[in-house]
Write a protein that binds this ligand. Structure first.
Ligand code: TYD
Ligand code: MG
Length: 462
C-alpha cells in the first residue's frame, strides 16, 4: 500500500495546500492550515457510464410536504416548516442557545406525534435530560442519545419507523470511518456531513446539523458544510441582551431574509410575536438623540430605535463608533450632513447605537440615523409618535424605499401618528387610510431645519 502523503488543509475554508503556510491563500485567514493525512485518490470510478433520461422543467410533482414544528418564529424562517429529506445547518456562537432552541423544536414536533431523534455529540444524555426537565419538556417522546460515530448513528436511525427529524448537535463532534483524518478536522466534518446528507436524501428524514462558529476559525468551520446543505440558519444575539434572532442566509425551499425573534428566559426560548413592541419598550422618548426607524426584516416590518450621541471631542481625532449599524453608512451620513445640511461635526465624537441588540442594515435606516444625529447635536427632542424611513443619497436627497405600506401599517399598529419619509415616496390609497400624518422630506437640509426649529436656545450646532 502506498504511504499516504501529508496534506495541509485550511480549517476555515477547506482549501488544500501542498505545504504548511501561516496564512491560507484562499480565504486569507491566519493559522488555519493543519496537517491531515491524505485520504488518497477519491473513489471516482471511471467505468463506462450508463445514460439516463433527461426531463423538462414542467412536471407533475406535488409541492414538497412541510413538517411544521408549531413554533411559529422557527417555522417562518424555514419557509413554513422543514421539507422532508432536507438538511439544514444551524450556526451560531457557542452558548447562544442552539441546543436549547433545537430541544424545544424537537419536543414540539414529537408532541405532535412525529418520530424525532436528538443526537448530542457534546453533552451526556443526563445533561440533555436536565435541560429538558428545566424547560418542562421531559414528557415529550423525543428519542435521545449521546453519540459521535456517524455510521452508528445512521444505523440507529434506520432502525424502526422513519424519523421526521434528526438533530445532530454538533457536526464538529462527528466522525466517520470513511475519512482517515482526526475528529474535528475539516475532512472529518465534510465526510460526516456528506454521509448524513446522503441518508437524508434516501430516507426522507430531515436532518439539522448544529455548527459552532468561532471568530478565530480555530475549530473546523462549518463553512465547508454550507455549500452542501439545503438551508443555512444562523442564530444570533449578543450576551448582553436576551433577544435572539434566527435568520436564514440560504434556503433552497424558502425566502431568505425572514427572521424569527426569541427571548432567552429562565424557562428557555420564548417566542416574540410582536418584536417592535418589545424593542420599543423602555424607550425614553423625552431625551434628544433617539429616532424610531420603521425597518423591514425580510417580509416583516419592525420598528427599531436608533440612538445617537454627538458630543464635543476632547481628542485630536474625533471618535466615530457604531453598534448595530454600518460604519461606512455612518461616515457617509455624517459627510452628507456636513456638506448639505450645514452641520459642523469635525470637532464632535459621534456614537450610533441600535437599541435592543438589533441591526439596522437597510439603507432605509439612513433617515432615522440622520434624524437621531441632528437631534443629539441640536438638543431637539423628536416627537415620540414619529417614525422615519428613507435612504439618503450623496447629494443630500432623501430617496424612496420599498415596502412603504408595510412600514406605515406597523407604525400605526404601534401607536405612531406621524411618518417622515422621502418626498417622492409613492403611497397607495390603502396606506393613506392607515391614518398616519405623512411628513415628506426632500433632503437633509429640510430635515435639519425642521428638527432645529424645536431645539432649545443656545445649543444650536449647525
Ligand atoms: P445552549 O442552548 O446550551 O447554547 P449552545 O447550544 O448554542 O451552545 O444555551 C446556553 C445558554 O443559554 C446558557 O448560557 C444558559 C442559557 N439558558 C437560559 O438562559 N435559560 C434556559 O432555560 C436554558 C436552557 C439556557
Ligand atoms: Mg449546544
Amino acid at each position: 500500500m502506498a504511504k499516504s502523503r501529508p496534506v495541509f488543509i485550511c480549517q476555515n475554508c477547506g482549501a488544500v495546500a501542498s505545504r504548511w503556510q501561516g496564512r491560507c491563500e484562499s480565504c486569507g485567514d491566519w493559522n488555519t492550515i493543519v496537517e491531515e493525512s491524505d485520504p488518497g485518490p477519491t473513489a471516482i470510478r471511471t467505468t463506462r457510464g450508463r445514460p439516463f433520461e433527461l426531463e423538462g422543467l414542467a412536471g407533475s410533482d406535488k409541492p414538497a410536504a412541510r413538517i411544521v414544528t408549531g413554533i411559529d418564529e422557527f417555522d417562518r424562517v424555514t419557509g413554513g416548516g422543514f421539507v422532508a429529506g432536507s438538511v439544514l445547518l444551524l450556526g451560531g456562537e457557542p452558548g447562544i442557545g442552539k441546543s436549547t432552541l433545537l430541544i424545544q423544536a424537537c419536543a414540539a414536533l414529537a408532541r405532535r406525534g412525529a418520530r424525532v431523534i436528538y443526537i448530542s455529540g457534546e453533552e451526556a444524555v443526563a445533561q440533555v435530560r436536565l435541560r429538558a426537565a428545566r424547560l418542562s419538556l421531559a414528557d415529550a417522546p423525543v428519542e435521545l442519545a449521546s453519540a459521535t460515530q456517524v455510521e452508528d448513528i445512521l444505523a440507529t436511525c434506520a432502525n424502526g419507523e422513519r424519523a421526521a427529524l434528526i438533530v445532530i448537535d454538533s457536526i464538529q463532534t462527528m466522525h466517520t470511518e470513511i475519512a482517515p483524518a482526526a475528529p474535528g478536522t475539516v475532512t472529518q466534518v465534510r465526510a460526516s456531513a456528506q454521509a448524513l446528507l446522503r441518508y437524508a436524501k434516501t430516507s426522507g428524514s430531515t436532518i439539522i446539523l448544529v455548527g459552532h462558529v468561532t471568530k478565530d476559525g480555530q475549530v473546523a468551520g462549518p463553512r465547508v458544510v454550507e455549500h452542501m446543505v439545503d438551508a443555512v440558519l444562523s442564530f444570533e444575539g449578543d450576551a448582553a441582551h436576551h433577544f435572539r434572532m434566527l435568520r436564514a442566509s440560504k434556503n433552497r425551499f424558502g425566502a431568505t431574509g425572514e427572521i424569527g425573534v426569541f427571548e432567552m428566559t429562565g424557562l428557555g426560548l420564548a417566542e416574540v410575536a410582536n418584536p417592535s413592541a418589545i424593542f420599543l419598550a423602555g424607550r425614553d422618548a423625552s431625551a434628544p438623540g433617539a429616532a424610531v426607524f420603521a425597518g423591514m426584516e425580510g417580509q416583516r416590518p419592525m420598528l427599531i430605535e436608533i440612538q445617537a450621541l454627538v458630543a464635543p471631542t476632547s481628542l485630536g481625532t474625533p471618535r466615530r463608533a457604531v453598534v448595530g449599524f454600518d460604519q461606512n453608512r455612518l461616515s457617509m451620513i455624517l459627510a452628507v450632513l456636513e456638506a448639505h445640511g450645514g452641520l459642523k461635526l469635525g470637532m464632535h465624537d459621534v456614537y450610533l447605537n441600535v437599541a435592543g441588540g438589533m441591526r439596522a442594515d437597510e439603507p432605509a435606516g439612513d433617515l432615522a440615523a440622520a434624524a437621531a444625529l441632528v437631534s443629539s447635536l441640536t438638543g431637539a427632542v423628536l416627537p415620540a409618535d414619529q417614525a422615519f424611513f428613507g435612504e439618503i443619497g450623496l447629494s443630500g436627497a432623501v430617496r424612496p424605499v420599498i415596502h412603504a405600506g408595510m412600514r406605515l401599517r406597523e407604525a400605526q399598529k404601534l401607536g405612531f401618528h406621524q411618518a417622515v419619509l422621502a418626498q417622492g415616496q409613492q403611497i397607495g390609497a390603502d396606506e393613506r387610510r392607515a391614518g398616519l400624518a405623512l411628513r415628506p422630506c426632500a433632503d437633509v437640509a429640510q430635515l435639519v431645519a425642521t428638527i432645529a426649529q424645536s431645539a432649545p436656545r443656545a445649543k444650536g450646532g449647525g
